[in-house]
Design a protein around this ligand. Sequence first.
Ligand SMILES: Cc1cc2nc3c(=O)[nH]c(=O)nc-3n(C[C@H](O)[C@H](O)[C@H](O)COP(=O)(O)OP(=O)(O)OC[C@H]3O[C@@H](n4cnc5c(N)ncnc54)[C@H](O)[C@@H]3O)c2cc1C
Ligand SMILES: NC(=O)c1ccc[n+]([C@@H]2O[C@H](COP(=O)([O-])OP(=O)(O)OC[C@H]3O[C@@H](n4cnc5c(N)ncnc54)[C@H](OP(=O)(O)O)[C@@H]3O)[C@@H](O)[C@H]2O)c1
Length: 521
Amino acid sequence: MDRISLAIIGAGTSGLLACKYALENGLNPVVFEAEEVVGGLWNHTIESTKLQNAKEAYLFADFPWPSSVKETFPSHNQVLEYVQSYAQHFGLFPYIKFNSKVISLDYFGHSHEEMEAWDLWGGTGKPFESKGKWQIMVQNTKTFSTEVHQVEFVILCVGRFSGVPTIPEFPPNQGPEVFNGKVMHSMDYSAMDNDKAAELIRRKRVTIVGSQKSAVDIAAECADANGVEYPCTMICRTAHWSLPSHNLWGVNFGLLYFTRFSELLVHKSGETFLLSILATLLSPLRWVISKFAESYLRWKLPLKKYGMVPKSSFLLDVSSCTVAILPENFYDKVEQGSIILKRSETIGFCREGLILNGQSQPLETDVVILATGYRGDQKLKCMFSSPVFQKHIIGSQSSMLPLYRQIIHSRIPQLAVIGYAEGFSNLMNSEIRCQWLTHFLSGKFELPSIREMEKDVRMWEDNLKLYSGKYIGRSCIGSVNIWYNDQLCKDMGRKYKRKKGIFAEFFQPYGPMDYVGLAHY
Ligand SMILES: Cc1cc2nc3c(=O)[nH]c(=O)nc-3n(C[C@H](O)[C@H](O)[C@H](O)COP(=O)(O)OP(=O)(O)OC[C@H]3O[C@@H](n4cnc5c(N)ncnc54)[C@H](O)[C@@H]3O)c2cc1C
Ligand SMILES: NC(=O)c1ccc[n+]([C@@H]2O[C@H](COP(=O)([O-])OP(=O)(O)OC[C@H]3O[C@@H](n4cnc5c(N)ncnc54)[C@H](OP(=O)(O)O)[C@@H]3O)[C@@H](O)[C@H]2O)c1
């Protein structure tokens, strides 16, 4: 049995960052990747997928986009090439074991009773000083043979938006099995090669369930393929605000929601009395900015005509990461009739198609694509053999994933998670987290006690609930991303106000370049 000091599971953007920063901090990682490529989900997108952020926001802080990429929103192929060249540039390939799927994680060396009595995380508060170890079972995805490794520390970078899809619950006898056509999840549609996907939808009546980013992208793709002759229907359960571009009445979205000033308008976890008073006093401005965005979107898009005006505020959608960027000319396709929008709280299947709320006739269709999102929490849960850790990692149904700094579970020793909580740019968030984590792993700061970590997690959750309501389960830090980054900088003993000059500090959007060199001085 191999002894490994640090195992990273997954070689998507999060795993690559973890590997790069581990190496920089003198650690010796082994990365287990189930596939034979790096880049994770960027290998399995639909043909039309582009970056949702401008490329300046989705950037490895010390690795610029190549000058050949002129587009503001690069295509999925360009993103994938960029990620691959990052791995190449920093010499990460030798550390990655491809076709190696981790199928179970077992902790041994301490009983659960012993662990429950700990005051400090892992008993010592330190990552590498415990007699406890992880035993990880790895399956070769080609030969199906298995190996077991003993590991001191595990970083889970398995990705939140893949692997375990959300499948709706259907009324009795109205499941997909009664339907004569084809049903699949957007994950499986995205994994198909382009020709097969095109063949599947060509001259078919396609219905898409869901109305977030995967749904609108697939709907636009179907509309482009089939036009008005075979319109595509999109079933929306909850209308959310979505953006045709990053500008609202000519003002960049980042200026409104990703500056230090914009975060003064919202309450933040652990804020001082003064900041709390300020957020209360400025709450009318918070409301005005949200209405400013909504007024633009109501003016720009025919939301009312199609019953797509959200009940939620724009702020709620930003705070719960449910604002999607619309594909080009989405509402033109709706106006032309190549996309039909329908609202329904529930769906059920019958032989000919779907049964929607309040409709006496079924919606006849040939193909149903469930763009209903992912159960990233279940995916993490499945990694653990121990039911106790399974319960710990998930928290409750109505809570965020209970991770300290969105990285460490106070009751799961010698293990961290990267890439779960969403924010303004997921690449930037993973990069800062990896810097924080590898700083901690190399002994540059210590964690507080388990009680303090748990208190902090509760405080964050209570705060995030204020603005994201029932979407708290998405663990979105969208409206307090800078405040969150500040906490990580402070833990690392770094300056957290990172811009030059007071005006820039408060009114310029923060981005990955503001955190360049965070780990180095
Ligand atoms: C279609 C799509 C587009 C997106 N676009 C954007 C965007 O524009 N901007 C943005 O900020 N965010 C975007 N996101 C969010 C996205 O999740 C992140 O940007 C990011 O790339 C995710 O990287 P990751 O490494 O955390 O996960 P993934 O890319 O999912 O990588 C996880 C890796 O872990 C491997 N793995 C999983 N389980 C195991 C196992 N048991 N053993 C071994 N290996 C395993 C997988 O094979 C995979 O390679 C998008 C998400 C999706 C689904
Ligand atoms: N860069 C890109 O181009 C791109 C492309 C695709 C995805 N992404 C990213 O990938 C992530 C996942 O996106 P996603 O669109 O796949 O998932 P998602 O954001 O979780 O959206 C899921 C959708 O399915 C609906 N839904 C869930 N359960 C349902 C049910 N039981 N019945 C009916 N509807 C149901 C949801 O409605 P409710 O709101 O009512 O819950 C929502 O509309 C996001 O971060 C997204 O930004 C990015």
